[in-house]
Design a protein around this ligand. Sequence first.
Ligand SMILES: [Zn+2]
Length: 157
Amino acid sequence: MSEARVPGHSRQHHEATSPDAELVAFLLDRLDEERTAAEAATRTPDGDRIPGWYWSSAGEAVFLDGTATCVASGPWKQPAHRPWARHIARWDPRRALLTCSLLQQLIDQHRQPATDHCTGCGHTNAPMTEQRPARCSTLRDMARLFDVHPDYRSEWV
Ligand SMILES: [Zn+2]
């Protein structure tokens, strides 16, 4: 997965002080990256902000909501492969930002500040081992969304 950097955007790195905090910091960093990429994709070359995209059979391409501005087409502006184009349109920046918001809510519910159990999912005193250094299964499962990132730790699963 590649990521685009937005000029002028300074990414906040979240500090980790425990294995669970390390997992939370990893997730918060990934959400920052996702939001940055999605926000950048809402801007048109003219500076307008349009987060929604749609697929149209008329152009066999993906367009900005309410416009005929093409976001994605096939090579050399040929028709896009329909299943790919529909998928791109379904995962537009609006959906990406909403997903980030929902994941942020889940992280907030499952953070474990200075306790040894998660109040979000009820895990109490689940042992932390070298193979499983974080307790909350919800956060561990969430991390799998970003398992291609170099900071991802396979032992979180
Ligand atoms: Zn939890």
